[in-house]
Design a protein around this ligand. Structure first.
Ligand SMILES: [Zn+2]
Length: 286
């Protein structure tokens, strides 16, 4: 926490955007946001209510290799990286299609370090109930990036492929998407996630048993976790959600009304900073 507060008085920066660092708060403290532009960092919670301006200079630098690119692919990669990195392969979005075992992983070493690690299947409430999967070490970051107000880990598996197989079962009975407009309007009703977990596990009892017979009885572990509540720093949610887009207008400015997921909420509209990874911006706070 201390390093977040020490950067809070910085009010200008220039560099390629990275996704914001989001640190969990607690019952008294909301989630803490740090905007990242190149090597520079600005703690944003301290600037709620202030005028914030971001101006895209026109340059885009790949978030992986740093080279200049005219267009960004998959939220910040240059085309060669997009076509060659394992982290940009379609199996990352659809883990059940992992093809490591076929010997066709784009980067087997990366796959071993990131995909062949414990993964968690969770329930979250971002714009209603959803199921999701992530590498265990990515919690709670994944939930914060999605703007979830509640989350509950329910199952643990040994690797990403298995998490995809489990998630595929859950997707028969629950969604896996966030309605970002609903998430940003802030009128998301709280859910009883342990009750939802019990309901879904009961509904999928036979399918999960069949999957365990296929991939191993020990492969899917049930977690006895307690739900996590996440509180975002928002002065006022937008009545109507209007999106800013650096590709259409290089200057995005207004009064900073809130932070949720990877979005800045201005009184003039919202912007998903993750979508513009690698876009060089000048940031100024007045
Ligand atoms: Zn690149």
């Amino acid at each position: 926490m201390s390093d977040l507060f020490s950067v809070a008085d910085v009010s200008a920066a220039r560099g390629p955007l990275r996704k914001m660092d989001i640190a969990p708060g607690d019952a008294q403290t909301p989630v803490q946001y740090t905007l990242r532009a190149g090597e520079q960092r600005i703690g944003l919670n301290a600037h709620l209510g202030a005028s914030l301006r971001l101006v895209h200079t026109g340059a885009i630098h790949c978030v992986h290799c740093g080279r200049a690119t005219r267009k960004s692919f998959a939220q910040g990669y240059c085309y060669p990286c997009f076509k060659s990195l394992a982290q940009c392969d379609t199996c990352i979005v659809k883990p059940e299609t992992c093809h490591y075992h076929a010997g066709t992983c784009r980067e087997p070493t990366w796959g071993e370090q990131h995909c062949f690690q414990p993964h968690v299947v969770y329930l979250a409430n971002s714009s209603g109930l959803k199921v999701g999967i992530t590498r265990k070490t990515q919690l709670p970051t994944r939930w914060l990036d999605q703007g979830a107000i509640q989350a509950l880990p329910i199952l643990e598996v040994d690797n990403r492929l298995q998490s995809g197989l489990v998630e595929t079962l859950f997707k028969q009975v629950v969604g896996d998407r966030t309605n970002w407009r609903a998430m940003l309007k802030g009128d998301v009703a709280p859910l009883d996630l342990p009750a939802e977990r019990d309901r879904l596990l009961a509904a999928l009892d036979q399918e999960l048993a069949a999957l365990k017979r296929r991939i191993g009885e020990q492969a899917i572990g049930t977690l006895a976790a307690t739900p996590v509540d996440l509180h975002y720093p928002v002065l006022e949610f937008p009545g109507k959600v209007v999106s800013h887009n650096f590709d259409k207008s290089p200057e995005v400015s207004g009064r900073l009304m809130g932070l949720k997921g990877q979005y800045l909420i201005f009184d003039t509209g919202v912007i998903n900073l993750r979508k513009f990874g690698g876009y060089e911006v000048e940031v100024a706070i007045e």
